[in-house]
Ligand binder design. Structure first.
Ligand code: BG6
Ligand code: MG
Length: 219
């Protein structure tokens, strides 16, 4: 029985993992860098500069630190363009329903997203109010380190062992496990094989099995 839920954002709540990949793909094409099928799974959940290093691979040494910063800014500019058109229709199936189910039962909800764009995305999806806390990715070590999940639990004042956390990325599942939390992997079975539970989507999640209902006071 869990006392709090902690969510990743991109690829779990909203279909934005696709938009991050689209923006990185454009950069890779412009730099004429190879883009392989496994680039996509590998990039998920990684912080901005780490993502660039994955894309550059052996070519990394050809760019100065300033140039790399400029490349990440270019990607972020593209991504900001792409999220301009987000609406609540971009919530992934089951996401809005689950957030409202938890909220109706006063179960604390945390966000543990690596994205500095998370607040803007939550606004566009009209779900910012659902979150009790939003952990700050600029103040924590990036996934697969457990820090952002631990920060969310600390702010929620719930022990890590009492948190159920949702992720679509291998780096995120590793972070949850390292935090001592229970991981629900949402998406690719093989990439998320380290998770405690695996689901094709949040619409398959049955919250009653994980969060005990608060029983009415018999008096
Ligand atoms: C994660 C995404 O949520 O946030 C990654 O899965 C992304 O693809 C990372 O690189 C950082 O996001 P941002 O918006 O700060 O560049
Ligand atoms: Mg994600």
């Amino acid at each position: 029985n869990f006392r709090a839920a902690i969510f990743d954002l991109d690829g779990v709540i909203a279909d934005t993992a696709r938009l991050h990949l689209q923006a990185w793909r454009q950069l890779a094409d412009e730099l004429q860098l190879p883009w392989t099928a496994d680039s996509e799974e590998k990039l998920k959940g990684l912080e901005r500069m780490t993502s660039l290093e994955v894309i550059l691979r052996g070519r990394s040494v050809a760019f100065s630190e300033e140039e790399k910063v400029a490349l990440t800014e270019y990607k972020n500019h593209r991504y900001r363009e792409l999220i301009k058109s987000l609406t609540p229709a971009d919530l992934l199936p089951g996401a809005g329903e689950l957030l409202h189910w938890l909220r109706a039962r006063r179960i604390p909800i945390g966000l543990a997203s690596a994205s500095k764009n998370a607040p803007a995305v939550l606004q566009a999806l009209e779900i910012a109010d659902c979150f009790t806390v939003i952990a700050d990715p600029t103040k924590t070590a990036p996934k697969p380190a457990p820090d952002i999940f631990l920060a969310a639990a600390r702010e929620l004042a719930v022990e890590p062992g009492q948190c159920l956390a949702f992720e679509d990325a291998a780096a995120g599942v590793a972070a949850i496990r390292a935090a001592g939390m229970t991981a629900v992997g949402v998406g690719d079975k093989w990439a998320l094989r380290g998770a405690d539970y695996l689901l094709a989507g949040l619409d398959r999640f049955e919250p009653e099995e994980f969060f005990r209902q608060t029983l009415p006071n018999p008096d």
